[in-house]
Design a protein around this ligand. Sequence first.
Ligand SMILES: *Cc1c(COP(=O)(O)O)cnc(C)c1O
Length: 347
Amino acid sequence: MKSLELLLRSNIRGLKPYSSARDEYSGEAAVFLDANENPFNEPYNRYPDPYQRQLKERISQIKKVPTENIFLGNGSDEAIDLVYRAFCEPGIDNVVSIDPSYGMYQVAADINNVEVKRVPLTKSFEPDVDGLLDAVDTNTKLLFLCSPNNPTGNCFKARDIEQLLITFQGIVVLDEAYIDFAPDKSFLSRLNEFPNLVILQTFSKAWGMAGIRLGMAFASEEIVTVLNKIKYPYNVNILTQQKALELLKETDTMQKWVNLLLEERTKLIEQLKDFQFVQQIYPTDANFILVKINNAKSLYNYLVDRRIIIRDRSKVSLCNGCVRITVGSPEENSQLTDALKAYNDEQ
Ligand SMILES: *Cc1c(COP(=O)(O)O)cnc(C)c1O
């Protein structure tokens, strides 16, 4: 890869970050009179740990990654925004992304006034490695990959991801939001091999904590230091840090949910096969299914009338006529399939 110095925006390279009271003294003490906090209303009166040390220790145990390689943010969305702000000079630099993929890569680019060069996936939803590399120019700082990909649901071949990591001279952001549902291994265990790799994971999906807003980025210590420098000082609030620590005590619960959802996914796919209006069910490694439908809009509206909401993805590139269905609880899925049966009978 190019040196980090060269990849970073010049204002970020030289940035002196805000130094909070909790930065200057972070140990234990009897009396804290350094942050203009109110002494009453414990524990919410205190600013949270800006580096979420306790939470990172726990995540480090679970993920088997040193704490120095972990960045925590207000959802992975924060990390997505921060990589733009760290590396992309507005109006000058650009990024390359697979298409279709997660909408936030484009939105964060638009907010930061950074061009996204979208390179279509192949017909079988694989990354076009040569196409992606051809799209790179001297101002390309980031390459966005997502595996399993949203909305297509499939994992990419490790070999393709590897080739992109090795050949592309900028930062590769590999979004693994759905990795806990996938049979494929995370790239986390290979973080050391690739200094230009930023892996995004989240507590919003398999861990069932979308409401507390907590996302992870794993990267070299140098990159994590940069992200920490430019984030809001107290980006992960006390309630989120406490709740996450509490929920991370039980890792088996998460695995139980994943297993149940995978069983439900199999059942749902079997049932979908029986409907005449279903043209194609794409293979999935995630907790959702992309399905090509005769008339996506009509099905979507039919389900909305029955208070069941799926995602109409029919206008998304390569997803013509498709809907994306999240795998729900057994009860929710049977409500869905009952409604789909009724729809099928009316066609
Ligand atoms: C859901 C999702 C996320 C999660 O974002 P958070 O901000 O952590 O909730 C990230 N990436 C992809 C591809 C997703 O589908």
